[in-house]
Design a protein around this ligand. Sequence first.
Ligand code: TXA
Ligand code: MG
Length: 314
Amino acid sequence: MQDIKLITEAAEIIKAGGVVSFPTETVYGLGANAFNHDACLKIYRAKGRPSNNPLIVHVAQIKQAEELVIFNEDAYLLSKLWPGPLTMVLPEKRNSKLAVCVTAGLGTVAIRVPAHEVAQALILQSQVPIAAPSANKSGCLSATSHEHVKSNFKDDDIFIIDSETTSKYGLESTIIDLSTSIPTILRFGFITPQVIEGLLNKKVEIATASSKIKSPGMMLQHYAPKTPLRINAEYLEEGEIGLNFGNSKLISKGSLNLSPTGDLAAAAANLFAYLHMLDNYSEANLIKRIAIAPIPNESIGLAINDRLIRAAYI
Ligand code: TXA
Ligand code: MG
């Protein structure tokens, strides 16, 4: 388990209106007291995040979520996946006391119960819900290690909890909107549409870029490394470095393989870390582009391709 003293120190910072970066089982979060408007504004400033893009509220248990949002039957069914990598968008309770900037005034709240023991301990010790987006500068690659967070926020006043455990899933949580008549997946993640449909015993919709943008963070360009990307690459072009999957053959000095055995969960867990590595390698070695092998567009591959399409979008 993480150094308890570090978590206690971090919890004091949250209580005092500061910003803490903490590990979760998905990606690192950049958190503040969700009741404290000024504290949450610091997150927007540090990330360079547009103020119309609301934050996910992290709570320790369902009971704490019930104080902030209105649960419906579907929400109770899906809460079986908590703690875990699922975020539900639900109507905000009138007396939630959440800072307006956390929800961007939408009237709904994106909420989740993280499973990571450090995230759990931090919320419990802080005694408040923690609003936290992913701990990266707006539009950039998400962080799956404290080194990524440090390199993103060198000049910011942020307390970073160094966790020895790496991110279990590697990708941000699945987001499902349950505030509308038909449950709609706003962002793919480790929890697949099939798993959700199984629990709800009905079909869900998938929000696409062309459908009405419900999640302000769904804009197409996102997660971009500094080096350009080319996706679905069958071969390497001159000046490129390869990111492989399974038995693909984009082989050059420094190239990597997300999962040589073709395991999508393993590939997801490695995705951001490998993109960070290839990005740094490309900068240092004057490589012009990262070529990425095709990833099957099924199950967790849906989430991987979603991130890659946004990362490659110019
Ligand atoms: O795994 C995760 O979800 C991580 C960890 C730290 O929990 N967090 C994360 O936060 O990925 P962020 O801010 O990078 O992405 C949250 C997404 C954004 O696209 C935002 O627009 C959307 O959730 N969102 C937040 N509140 C919303 C709401 N009320 N309705 C619709 N979308 C919302
Ligand atoms: Mg993010």
